[in-house]
Ligand binder design. Structure first.
Ligand code: XIL
Length: 379
């Protein structure tokens, strides 16, 4: 009797547990991609070790949460084209293969950028400044080779990165100084010819600045008026806890969408550390001296700061949700805090906490909250 009773209780409990487990929509089982993937692509940049597949903790996060990825460095012109007659596709090939193996839409970053460009690009063999025609030829050749190699595999390219200054004028980069503003047109034209199916993007930081968003819109309209293809503008979104003003940020999403292209959030992270006084934007050449006061949380983020970070992310994803019909991709700049570039920039040797996954690749509580935000919207 007792034995039968016990067996019945255990069986019923198991049954009940099974039914409840099936009813609760798999708490903690859903990833960002399940909830947000109905609205836009969601992903991260991958460093070389991650896309080589040697970082198994990263792969676990990627498989559960993301459906797109960007190469953090290996497709930039310096690493991929170190000498005029030598390309190094090793890491870029691994990145595209990794994306295909793991269900990620691969995005190429970036074809024309003043940073991480190889020195040979702007110099002749005898060290003279390259001529306008020759630089145009080199850009076209570079784009044709890189985009052509991944034709039909890479979904879209950041064709030109960071060509606009914060005041809305064009950056006086070597591309601009030697060619003039048409370097942008030439790059978009070459990318389209190399893969007519690939989406093409303009990408920049500090896009909440009115002058910068207006300049990006002018650029989009100018390219379109010349019959060139541009599909989206990327707002890098290297943000802080208190900058930029989120109303301005949201206005930029609106304004860019009004120009007739999609908006992409391409390099999202939220810096929680104090900034050096003259720090600004996301120009990668900034390099400030280390000071202890700039690295206040080497052993963990205090609870009040963690709460601020969580709220900041919720505010941002609320904006993305509101504008989901205008946004086609949201991409974090790194998977875990351990490999964020913000540990080394703009001050080397700091401990930053800017991403959605902690140093052990565990989802921060905000991940579940973001999922709930988007699940709620679907009901
Ligand atoms: C950064 C990478 O994360 C670093 O590893 C590298 O040392 C410098 O570049 N804007 C961009 C990205 O478009 O390519 C930059 O990536 C961050 C700022």
């Amino acid at each position: 009797m007792t034995k039968h009773f016990t067996t019945a209780v255990i069986t019923r409990s198991l049954l009940l547990f099974w039914v409840m487990a099936a009813m609760i929509p798999a708490f903690g089982q859903k990833g960002l991609r399940d909830a947000l993937g109905n609205y836009f692509l969601i992903g991260s940049s991958l460093n070389q070790w991650q896309s080589a597949g040697t970082d198994s903790a990263a792969t676990a996060v990627v498989k559960k949460h993301f459906n797109t990825a960007v190469a953090e460095n290996c497709m930039k012109s310096g690493p991929i084209h170190p000498e005029e007659n030598r390309y190094d596709f090793t890491a870029a090939d691994q990145f595209v293969d990794y994306c295909e193996r793991n269900g990620l839409v691969p995005i190429g970053h970036c074809l024309v950028w003043h940073s991480q460009a190889p020195a040979w690009l702007f110099r002749t063999a005898d060290g003279q400044a390259v001529s306008r025609d020759e630089l145009i030829r080199r850009i076209q050749q570079h784009i044709k080779t890189v985009v052509g190699r991944y034709k039909g595999r890479v979904h879209g390219w950041d064709v030109v990165n960071e060509a606009i200054e914060d005041d809305g004028t064009l950056r006086k980069s070597l591309f601009y100084n030697i060619i003039g503003e048409e370097f942008i047109d030439i790059a978009f034209q070459a990318a389209h010819e190399a893969d007519p199916e690939a989406e093409l993007y303009y990408n920049d930081y500090s896009m909440a600045l009115p002058a910068k968003r207006e300049a990006a819109c002018r650029l989009v309209k100018r390219l379109k008026s010349k019959g060139l293809c541009i599909d989206a503008v990327g707002m890098q979104s290297h943000l802080g806890l208190h900058y930029p003003d989120l109303d301005e940020y949201e206005r930029s999403i609106e304004a860019i969408a009004q120009c007739g292209v999609k908006v992409m959030i391409t390099e999202l992270d939220v810096n929680v550390l104090p900034n050096p006084r003259s720090f600004n934007g996301a120009e990668v050449s900034q390099d400030f001296e280390y000071q202890q006061r700039l690295n206040p949380y080497p052993n963990g983020l205090p609870a009040d700061k963690a709460a601020e970070l969580q709220q900041r992310y919720l505010d941002l994803f609320t904006i993305y949700q509101r504008h989901h019909s205008q946004i086609s991709r949201v991409n974090l700049w790194g998977i875990s805090d351990a490999n964020s570039w913000l540990n080394g920039w703009p001050v080397r040797g700091r401990t930053n906490y800017p991403l959605l996954f902690d140093r052990q690749y565990q989802a921060k509580p905000v991940v579940e909250k973001i999922i709930q935000l988007f699940e709620k919207d679907r009901k």
